[in-house]
Design a binder for this molecule. Structure first.
Ligand SMILES: Nc1ncnc2c1ncn2[C@@H]1O[C@H](COP(=O)(O)OP(=O)(O)OP(=O)(O)O)[C@@H](O)[C@H]1O
Length: 541
């Protein structure tokens, strides 16, 4: 099973030790059963070796507890590693791949799929221990009566074949339900993100809840029920067969002469005991089947690390550079097999201390250009060249580290991650004061006291982080869109000239034509291409 392989890959020593302890525990239980069986078969009471009985009980308890604890530790380790690995894969995957998979599917994988796997892992241990117990019970029964063992094996084989047929159909239905779960996640995201609009419009709220959301939730409920019902039916059929097996021992076997009267009690005890591990096995198969669907789905996400992952360490912030060029670069989007938009080919050069504004209508490709320039989208055609070095796939990670960015859909982290240096705190406080953030947000160590802020405050906090990063190149996508006039002025008239004076290359997507005079060049994008030549050093307003 893929789940067992998954565990063995991540915690081989712990799983093997746990399996050995489980095996020992199963053997002790079988020994105990054999002992009790032999005692039950004696015509006279007494004669059970008490010390052997208690020794076996103690050993069974210790090996079982040891096996379970080792297994739980190994499972937790495996799940922790899976979470870390998924996090790394998400961050190492090319941005386009993440956009294509979509946030809902990613979140569903990182939360629900991992949880399903974590919850199912203890059942791997149960599978091992109970398989040993079943094998041991069959061995004991075989020693008591060979014909009985053969008849029971037939019953068990029939049960297994039927259960497998039902279970494989159940797994198929779990797969269908899993796809609905991904769609439900998308609707849940819409429900949370759109709660304001839904609150203000009762008709829309009901239409959404009863419509797409409710339809999908109902479909998921029905698909899960269809899948679980098959496993339950399989389990019930297995129990029925087994009761038939007990009937065999009690009524048919003695008459057929398969079981001698002295061992009939022992065979019945063993058979009755066998019901326990068989029941647990069925439960384990059910849980593990569901988790296997989740694991397969995680593997199907196919988050391949970008070719640049694991590249040389990033440069020290503030590293010097001389010239950045885009030579005939282009990038296109494909949706439903059709090219919907192409940016480029673009030729563009930026030098230290240069400030370039990018203007253009909605959908003209400004944000796409920023993603291309920063290496988040590798060019389909053309070259990015930094100081004469052509940026290859293997250089992308290194190249990306030159940029500090504030995107239009910027995520505000709750603290200053990755900001270091001897005077980072003093610098942070100074810049917070300049950006008017004092009194609105406080620094607790490296964490912000809050991120529950207005749009303008969030934008200023994002600018603060960008300033503290102190990278050689700064790109901003409509940074002043939500800023009040005073802060807009401060940004264009003070911050941007300061960045320029410090030799940064600055690229700003903006519609603020009042401030165009503060750029060395203003380039306008139109349908993915630059419309006109640069405006060199316009007169300051
Ligand atoms: N992830 C994506 N997948 C497919 N198409 C996309 C994607 N992102 C953008 N596009 C398309 O590419 C075109 C350019 O989008 P882009 O976001 O670069 O424009 P923009 O100039 O920044 O627009 P705006 O001023 O409205 O922010 C648009 O037609 C858009 O629909």
């Amino acid at each position: 099973m893929s789940l067992i392989a998954f565990l063995l890959r991540r915690a081989p020593a712990g799983v093997l030790l746990s399996a050995l302890a489980g095996l020992a525990s199963g053997l002790m239980t079988a020994g105990l059963l054999a002992l009790v069986g032999r005692w039950a078969a004696r015509p006279e009471p007494g004669g059970l070796a008490l010390e052997v009985f208690f020794a076996l009980c103690g050993a069974m308890f210790l090996t079982k507890v040891g096996s379970e604890q080792l297994f739980i530790r190994s499972s937790l380790k495996a799940v922790f590693e899976l979470r870390m690995q998924l996090g790394r894969h998400v961050l190492a995957a090319p941005l386009r791949q993440l956009e294509e998979v979509g946030p809902a599917r990613l979140l569903s994988a990182l939360t629900e799929d991992v949880t399903l796997i974590a919850q199912a892992l203890p059942f791997v241990s149960s599978l091992v221990v109970n398989l040993v117990l079943v094998a041991a019970c069959l061995l004991i029964l075989g020693m008591l009566s060979l014909p009985l063992l053969m008849a029971l094996s037939l019953v068990l084989a029939l049960g297994t074949v039927t259960y497998r047929a039902l279970a494989s159909e159940g797994v198929r239905r779990f797969e269908v339900a899993h796809r609905s779960q991904g769609i439900l996640h998308e609707h849940l995201r819409a429900l949370v993100a759109g709660s304001k609009q839904l609150k203000l419009h009762a008709g829309r709220r009901e239409a959404f809840l009863q419509g797409r959301f409710g339809d999908n939730a109902r479909a998921l409920r029905d698909q899960l029920w269809a899948a679980i019902r098959l496993f339950v039916a399989g389990g019930q059929w297995g129990s029925l067969l087994f009761l038939g097996g007990i009937g065999l021992v009690l009524f048919v076997a003695p008459q057929a002469g398969w079981v001698e009267p002295p061992v009939r009690a022992a065979a019945t005890v063993t058979l009755l005991y066998l019901m326990l591990p068989l029941g647990e096995l069925l439960l384990a198969v059910h849980q593990l089947s569901r988790a296997s669907v989740a694991l397969d789905s995680l593997e199907r996400l196919g988050l391949s690390p970008a070719p640049s992952a694991g590249a040389p360490p990033p440069p020290v912030p503030g590293a010097s550079w001389r010239r950045l060029e885009l030579r005939g670069v282009s990038h296109g989007y494909v949706q439903g097999g059709e090219r919907t938009f192409v940016l480029g080919p673009i030729d563009f050069t930026l030098h230290p201390g240069e400030v370039v504004f990018i203007a253009g209508g909605n959908g003209s490709g400004k944000s796409t250009l920023l993603k291309l320039l920063t290496g988040l989208y590798p060019p389909e055609r053309g070259e990015i060249v930094l100081d004469g070095r052509i940026i290859t796939d293997a250089d992308l990670e290194w190249y990306q580290q030159h940029f500090s960015a504030v995107f239009s859909d910027h995520h505000l982290f709750d603290g200053l991650y990755g900001i270091s240096g001897p005077s980072w705190e003093a610098e942070a406080r100074t810049q917070m004061a300049r950006l008017g953030l004092e009194g609105e947000v406080r620094l607790h160590g490296r964490h912000f006291s809050t991120t529950q802020l207005s749009q303008g405050q969030r934008k200023r906090l994002a600018l603060l982080v960008s300033l503290l990063e102190d990278k050689p190149l700064a790109v901003y996508d409509e940074p002043a869109a939500e800023l009040a006039p005073g802060f807009k002025d401060f940004f264009y008239r003070q911050l941007v000239p300061e960045l320029k004076a410090r030799g940064k290359g600055v690229l700003i997507v903006t519609h603020d034509d009042r401030y165009f005079a503060h750029a060395d060049r203003v380039l306008t994008l139109e349908n993915g291409r630059f419309r006109e030549a640069s405006i060199a050093s316009p007169a300051r307003q």
